[in-house]
Design a protein around this ligand. Structure first.
Ligand code: PXL
Length: 279
């Protein structure tokens, strides 16, 4: 039977991120992708002025109640950027319901980067994200998000392998059996991900070359590709490799084109090849 993922994130109408990347990427991997939109924004909040924002919190419970009447099953529930602590609480209830039926709970605590929370968020929101991560099977923070949830200082570029491995194990101690930390770099020209699996106490790394600049939405592309691979039963090392390569190639195309990176990166040109991985 075809698998279904439910993904809970905002719709940023322009500026490829959240649902506008999760839906095509997970679908391309042959997985039915059902959505629970948490808000509609004219653009994402990173680098645009004057964006509109319509909160959809009041729609979450009625939508989920209707799904209950359908006994809607899901192989995984995947959350990304969320709007408020109230939404985090509603999502905790959704996690409880879907965990009971064996769905994989996948949390990208999308809320910060480069040592800073995104505009609109504060420490209470970060701790709410920590509570959602505690309920998850697999989480995908970057180093900023990891340190916020563990209430540690942000290390900047000043860390080593021992630091990363302690961060991974400390995050797993919160609850999730697998942790994929993104934006890990031990040398100037290479960047990638570290994956911890508690069941075997093992850590896998995968790196690509680093491309200069800040590219919006790449965390969402990474998480969506990773989830698609995991739901298709890909082992964790291969899954982080697929997600790193897909994200890297998307950034490379956008860098080469000279397009403004606040509109996100060209992942679309790689979707055909990505889909072929799951034939
Ligand atoms: O890519 C994460 C993201 C998703 N949605 C919205 C955002 C951001 C990051 O800034 O603003 C609305």
């Amino acid at each position: 039977m075809q698998k279904r993922v439910i993904t809970i994130q905002d719709i940023s109408c322009v500026g490829r991120c959240s649902l506008t990347v999760a839906l095509p990427i997970i679908s391309a991997a042959g997985i039915e992708t059902s959505i629970l939109p948490t808000a509609i924004l004219s653009t994402h909040t990173g680098g645009f002025e004057g964006y509109t924002f319509r909160d959809l919190t009041d729609d979450i419970e009625p939508i989920v109640d209707h799904w209950k009447s359908l006994s809607l099953q899901a192989a995984a529930v995947y959350t990304g950027y969320l709007g408020s602590e109230h939404q985090q609480k509603l999502i905790a209830d959704i996690f409880t319901a879907y965990k009971a039926q064996g769905s994989l709970i996948f949390v990208d605590p999308a809320m910060a980067d480069n040592g800073q929370l995104y505009p609109a968020f504060d420490m209470d929101f970060a701790l709410g994200m920590r509570d959602l991560c505690a309920m998850a099977d697999l989480i995908v923070p970057n180093i900023t998000e990891a340190t916020l949830m563990l209430q540690r200082d942000y290390p900047g570029d000043d860390y080593d392998q021992e630091y990363i491995e302690d961060l991974l194990r400390s995050l797993s101690d919160l609850g999730p059996g697998q942790v994929v930390l993104t934006g890990v770099s031990f040398s100037f020209d290479r960047i990638g991900a570290a994956a911890y699996t508690r069941a075997t106490d093992s850590i896998d790394y995968y790196f690509t070359n680093r491309i200069d600049g800040y590219y919006h939405g790449t965390g969402d592309i990474y998480s969506s590709a990773l989830l698609a691979a995991i739901v298709n039963d890909t082992p964790i090392f291969d899954a982080i490799k697929i997600a790193c390569e897909f994200t890297f190639e998307s950034i490379k195309r956008t860098y080469a084109s000279g397009e403004d990176p606040k509109y996100g990166v060209d992942f679309e040109s790689g979707l055909g090849e990505f889909a072929g991985l799951f034939d």
